[in-house]
Write a protein that binds this ligand. Sequence first.
Ligand code: ADP
Length: 477
Amino acid sequence: MKKILFASSEVHPLIKTGGLADVAGSLPRALAEISQDIRVILPNYSSLKKTEDVHFISSVRVNNQDANILETRLPDSNVIVWLADCPALFDSPGNPYVDETGNPWENIADRFALFSRIIVEVAMNRAHLDWQPNVVHCNDWQTGLVPALLSVESNTPSTVFTIHNMAYQGMFPESTFADLNLPRQLWHPNGLEYHEMLSFIKGGLAYADRITTVSPTYALEIQTPEYGYGLEGLLSHKYHILSGIINGMDLDQWNPEADTSISEPYSVKSLEKKAINKTSLQARSSLPVNKSVLVFGLISRLVEQKGVDLLIDCLPEMVEMPLQLVLLGSGDKSVEQKLMNFARLYPKKISVTIGYDESLAHQIEAGVDVFLMPSRFEPCGLNQMYSQRYGTIPIVRETGGLVDTIEDALPKSLANNTATGVSFKEASGGALLEAIKRTMLLYNDKKTWKKIQTTAMGKDFSWKNSAEQYLALYEEI
Ligand code: ADP
């Protein structure tokens, strides 16, 4: 049995801004289920949704600052969660990274440096918790200083650093290094320094015993300039300790057989009921109700990464085709505006909802035939997994986790029953449009379509699978 301290800046359902929270909420449970002693640590933000009992267990002093450790549990589990409590830094409204008005916290470096120092105290068993981990598993730049700070100690636990998105690195001016009172020996180009800037993520990449990312393909991609954001050299130098482990998905929350947000639950044995979800979605979206028309869906943050502009390039042609689109997302205002303009011009073809709506997200997954994910890069991606479980065929660009979780419907994969989606290579509207046309041909062949749906719905996207791979890694170090 391994003792693991799992450190993350967000943990679902306590607090979530993105995919990291899902991993931090699910992987520790899955590791506990395979009998590992795992504790989760995150900052005690004032906006945490605390449903379980929370109590004080100890106090620590780090870098001349007092902090407390509070203890709670992950809801409906025995997984212990420690909250790093420092009201002066974390007790303000907003999310982990931005304030109420959406601006990045001015003291964000102080916040996560302090969080990292508290993690180090717990990791070294100096926080009066009477527990020392064998492994500290850090996630993204917010915990990047942990492996660096542990490197100047002796008799330390091993460290794993997981990259959930290379695009976010925690970069600060050189002066921040001194302001944070970090050990001088960490300031060099093979340490925390990146072109005379302080890089938090480099703390993880340069000092952790193992580096992982959330899919095998993304682990290769980040070693290239296109995806490495300047750190491709360091990452390719570290290739021997770098690997990809695909995320699992929440099989209870995303289960078409027991989904309380959709009109008619269904399974692979009652796929005909999926059409009821389609017609309800059409009615709710003010689209013409027609169960045989091909319906495309998209649920996404509307940011450059997600390639929604490729879809916008295709829309003038798509509106001339026999299909409908149901889109849900929020983000870049100009993208929102363009999508809404199309919806206004073609109300019988396109429905657009701007906002974040979990219940609608479930209805889209259940109600559409095809799910669009034309991402420019995608470390892992979740929606393509949800789609397959819902018998909704994903169209994806061949990048990151999308490559590792989808089998393109080509003659060979169709013949050996492994096809689960449609993929395209080039990040262009033209390539996406070709994939859309190919999908329409597949849809017209009902037998083939059902075969793809059946294969997709039978795939194993459980966290157990991923947890076992992480455990093998912990055991290796
Ligand atoms: P990322 O973490 O890069 O945003 P993922 O595909 O890994 O992308 O995860 C996104 C998650 O957020 C999925 O669960 C998706 O359904 C959800 N999501 C994104 N945008 C919305 C939205 N507007 N409304 C509801 N859910 C959304």
